[in-house]
Design a protein around this ligand. Sequence first.
Ligand SMILES: O=C(O)CCC(=O)C(=O)O
Length: 276
Amino acid sequence: MKQPHLSSEQINAVMYRYNQVHVSLNGCGELKEEHFAQYKQSGFLAVEGVLDELEVRQSLQAIMDLLLVDRKGARLQFTKPEKELRTPEDRELAIRKISEFVDCEERLRRIAYHPDIIGTIRRIFGEEPKLIQDMALLKPPHGGGEKPWHQDMAYGSLTYTKSAIGVWIALDEAAADNGCMHVIPGSHQEGATPHYAVRDWQLCDSQVPVNRDVIVPLKPGGILFFHGMLYHGTPSNLSALRRRALQFHYVPASAEKVSPQEYKRMFTNEMTGAEC
Ligand SMILES: O=C(O)CCC(=O)C(=O)O
């Protein structure tokens, strides 16, 4: 059952559920063994207040500088051709993603290697983490696009022999109506699932157990740590508020990339032939 003909409003209503709300922990200092055991079960761990106000403010300033002043070495992805974007407001409304900035933007590099983030991941992995991807994901008001349900490890650059961890950091308040994270608790235990090119590289809509969807609202500085196989997605931002976030991915230092053949076997319909 494809949903590409539906409007953003309809997709937000059909593919997402909003009434199961996860309650996050407060600060990495609260993390105990039981929370790491829960991470194993549910595939995610949400913690408010990891970044302080200054770190949030500096991260937002760094992102806006890359977007509006100097991109340095970073990649910018817009929803319209860049040459049509004449004003700062045009650029802000059309930006979707800024990536590959950790080597050129010191303020964001510091966040990627934040001691509380690295310490938490080290406890989950039981070994040193290696940063493999850095990006800012921006959902402008009044239409910032959906990221359909997917597993991050289905994206080739994140497919390693050991499970990756995504670290998603709210820089604006992320709430039900501006595109906060939605997760299917425990779905990482179902393993690699075929993805299809529908609205994006995504799980087949009909295979998403929307009745198990839990939302993870976060305040600025709050973080969602999640397993690379966890089903997750974000609906369109149809509100009047911005939703800007950072997302970093890490793998255990000993992990290696899987071969292209193995990737295809894991994340495409090569084995089953099932269509979406
Ligand atoms: O921030 C978002 O809107 C979606 C992030 C996400 O799930 C991803 O890029 O893998």
